[in-house]
Design a protein around this ligand. Structure first.
Ligand code: GAR
Length: 200
């Protein structure tokens, strides 16, 4: 069963959805560690309630991203983590972790990428007058929400306000993220993909 670390900076409702899916047998994985850059974030309390280990760090206490990522890498290796699952982690991942977990870092983003990357994607969607809002699960690369898309779902905004759209986004996220991870971890690799990857 794949060992994952969930990275979060805030409420942690997506972490909760992943933990619930594991408990209910919809996702075959083990959360080895929750990692946060915000020690006061509610995700820490959620992890405590579930009896899942969490690790908090304060980026400003390190001289560089490289240094805190080297520290994180050590922690992750110590806990035998295989996948990094970003769930509202509001920081770009740097070269140290990208290399250590190549093709094993996943993110969820509250827009239909490539539209509206970056901060406040829901606000950006509404301000643009887009007809549809949605969510994307994607691989993480060095860019801001630019990695290859794994799954996506959308729905019509239909004149609804921020609160209603946000609620629907979160509902979608909580279903799509665990379901996508289950497929990603357990679907047999297609021969063609394997061949392509062997060609480098
Ligand atoms: C989620 O909506 C997630 O898609 C978003 O932050 C929220 C975290 O909620 N992530 C981003 O905007 C990343 N650019 P949560 O803490 O309740 O899971």
């Amino acid at each position: 069963k794949p060992k994952i670390a969930v990275f979060a900076s805030g409420n942690g409702s997506n972490f909760q959805a992943i933990a619930d899916a594991i408990q209910e047998g919809r996702l075959n994985a083990e959360i080895a560690l929750v990692v946060t850059d915000k020690p006061e974030a509610f995700v820490v309390e959620r992890a405590r309630r579930l009896g899942i280990k969490s690790f908090s760090f304060i980026p400003a206490q390190y001289d560089s991203k490289q240094l805190y990522e080297e520290m994180l890498k050590e922690k992750l290796v110590e806990h035998k983590v295989e996948w990094l699952i970003l769930a509202g982690f509001m920081r770009l991942i740097g070269p140290v972790l990208l290399e250590a977990f190549e093709n094993r870092i996943i993110n969820i983003h509250p827009s239909v990428l490539p539209a509206f990357p970056g901060k406040d994607a829901i606000g950006q969607t509404l301000a643009s007058g887009a007809e549809r809002a949605g969510v994307t699960v994607h691989y993480v690369d060095a860019g801001m929400d630019t990695g290859s898309i794994i799954s996506q779902q959308s729905f019509p905004v239909a004149g609804r306000g921020r609160e209603a759209v946000e609620e629907e986004i979160h509902k979608l996220e909580h279903e799509l993220y665990p379901a996508t991870l289950q497929k990603l971890f357990h679907q047999p690799v297609k021969t063609k993909d394997l061949y392509d990857s062997m060609q480098g």
